[in-house]
Write a protein that binds this ligand. Structure first.
Ligand code: NOJ
Length: 553
């Protein structure tokens, strides 16, 4: 692939960092994080090497689904600050070379949104058709996305005597995108936030958002998504849509707009993420290798977003029943560590019993897989979870800044905190940014190194990807090649050291192999055959330095 101007398609080589303003830093000490606090941590994020901050919902909300139940698409939750505070933050981030994307949650509104309040008043409401109503729902037996918390996807409305659709909680009625007025409203929402300086959106629940009510035939959902993308780029030419589409790869390809692109700019790789965990517990690279081999070819402008953990449960829904059980048994042995029969509510450090080698191997892998890495706040420190918070809230504990009161997150009384602190060995006393910042051996320093090397290795975000054949089943060895150069990466899933014998073809005599994560170089023999050694759970990034190449590393 020829990289003509990498800054044009900035998302291809971005380091994305997801955070929730309410749990990041509380500046006015009311127990809730805020935009002023976040602005004071922009330098921390810049130092980490983040280039794009993804904000989870910060809009007015009854907060029954951590802000994913929005009652005003144009507002800022007053606990978090004002529009002024939001703009100050975006400006500060820009000043430090970072972009901001925000959650776009338009599959549904809160039931407190004025549209729904009106819609359920009477069947004649001008907003009735903003939602999906039915006398006799077609798919009444379909399970909710939250089994155990919601019994179904249709709720009976007593007053107007019809059911309404809600793919998520019943307090989150689904919007009807078949209605052109809804589409116009959503375009205005997009336009509004773009004018405030953001660089795009993380789009929530895309397949459900585009789902049309039964019988609607005059709208093609993918044509609509294409229209939305065009609209977005007319308003802001380099803005992106990073979509949440937890579907098999073939279907994800459709949401990219096929091999030519034109719909979502980026999508999370849920399939690869789940295969990674299977590889981790099996100490075998095969499941991940297989998944990566099945990734469809996407357009040069499209991109995969790689992640290890996010703010939801670690879903294992794409694994078979037996595979899921294997991962559950190894990483979430207790029932309270699981949710919805498909996911785990722990963060990675506790799942690997704090083993720093496995942790580092996982993040080294995430930063070196073809695509763009996405961190969830606190991952850079190795934060754990609070299982007592219940379900998905377990991983949404306050950011751990120091050993100070409430981990430096807030000086409010503990009972007033928006979320409980992480307890035990993973709490702020043991895991915090202040201590790790000055420790060259800390996880934070390691993640900084990965971000730095990733940013100077355009091959990762842009390059052609190949798995290299060799003799060690526990090791994934892959090559990434673009016009800037070539690198290879090796990751060992085994608790034992491995000597990997492989052949690096196509390189001229005098080529050197330069280690990027630590000191080391060796010459590539004329026949391309090399032995590369890895310690237990080891990882290496190696630049192929061709004769005469002027790269620093
Ligand atoms: C996906 C989000 O990631 C999740 O947190 C939320 O509950 C649902 N969509 C509903 O918006």
């Amino acid at each position: 692939m020829k990289i003509t101007d990498t800054s044009d398609l900035w998302w291809k080589s971005a380091v994305v960092y997801c955070l929730d303003v309410e749990t990041y830093l509380d500046w006015n000490d009311d127990g809730v994080g805020d935009f002023v606090g976040l602005s004071h941590r922009v330098d921390y994020l810049a130092e980490l090497g983040v280039t794009c901050i993804w904000l989870m919902p910060f809009y007015p909300s009854p907060d029954k689904d951590d802000g994913y139940d929005i009652s005003d698409f144009y507002g800022v939750d007053s606990r978090l600050g004002s529009h002024g505070d939001f703009v100050e933050f975006v400006r500060t981030a820009k000043d430090r070379g970072m972009r901001v994307i925000v959650d776009l949650v338009v599959n549904h509104t809160s039931d407190q949104h004025p549209w729904f309040v009106s819609a359920r008043k009477s069947r004649e409401s001008p907003y009735r058709d903003f939602y999906v109503w039915s006398d006799d729902p077609p798919n009444k037996d379909e399970p909710s996305v939250f089994p155990g918390e919601e019994s179904g996807i249709w709720e009976w409305d007593e007053k107007t005597e019809q059911y309404y659709l809600h793919r998520f909680y019943k307090h989150q009625p689904d919007l009807n995108v078949a209605n052109p007025r809804v589409r116009d409203e959503l375009a205005k929402v997009i336009g509004f936030w773009l004018e405030l300086g953001i660089s795009g959106f993380r789009v929530d629940a895309v397949p459900f958002f585009l789902e049309l009510p039964e019988g609607v035939t005059d709208l093609d959902p993918h044509e609509y998504l294409r229209d939305l993308r065009r609209f977005l780029q007319r308003r802001s030419s380099d803005a992106i849509l990073l979509g949440e589409v937890n579907l098999p790869y073939e279907q994800q390809l459709e949401y990219f707009g096929g091999a030519e692109g034109g719909e979502l700019s980026m999508q999370f790789d849920f399939v690869g993420m789940q295969a990674f965990y299977l590889s981790l517990v099996r100490e075998d690279a095969a499941p991940l290798t297989k998944a990566l081999g099945q990734r469809p070819t996407i357009a040069p402008e499209s991109q995969w977003a790689n992640f290890v953990r996010n703010h939801d449960e670690l879903t294992l829904d794409k694994l078979s029943e037996e595979e899921r059980q294997e991962v559950f048994d190894a990483l979430a042995p207790e029932e309270r560590m699981r949710v919805y029969d498909r996911g785990i509510v722990r963060r990675l450090p506790t799942m690997v019993a704090g083993d720093p080698r496995r942790l580092r191997m996982a993040y080294s892998l995430m930063f070196s897989l073809p695509g763009t890495p996405v961190l969830f706040y606190g991952e850079e420190l190795g934060m754990g979870e609070n299982l007592d918070a219940g379900g998905r809230a377990a991983v949404r504990t306050p950011m751990q800044w120091s050993t100070g009161k409430n981990g430096g997150f807030s000086s409010a009384a503990e009972k007033d905190l928006v979320a409980p602190i992480t307890p035990d060995g993973y709490g702020p006393e043991f895991v915090n940014a202040a201590a790790q910042r000055h420790d060259p051996d800390s996880l934070l320093s390691f993640i900084k190194l990965l971000a730095d090397r990733f940013r100077s290795s355009a091959e990762i975000g842009w390059g052609a990807f190949h798995v290299l054949e060799h003799d060690q089943p526990s090791v994934l060895a892959h090559s990434l090649e673009a016009d800037v150069g070539r690198m290879i990466a090796l990751h060992n899933f085994s608790p034992d050291a491995r000597a990997v014998h492989l052949r690096i073809d196509g390189e001229a005599e005098g080529t050197e192999l330069l280690d990027l994560l630590e000191e080391g170089r060796q010459e590539l023999p004329a026949d391309g055959k090399v032995q590369l050694d890895l310690p237990a759970y080891g990882y290496r990034w190696i630049r192929i330095v061709r004769p005469g190449q002027k790269r620093l590393s």
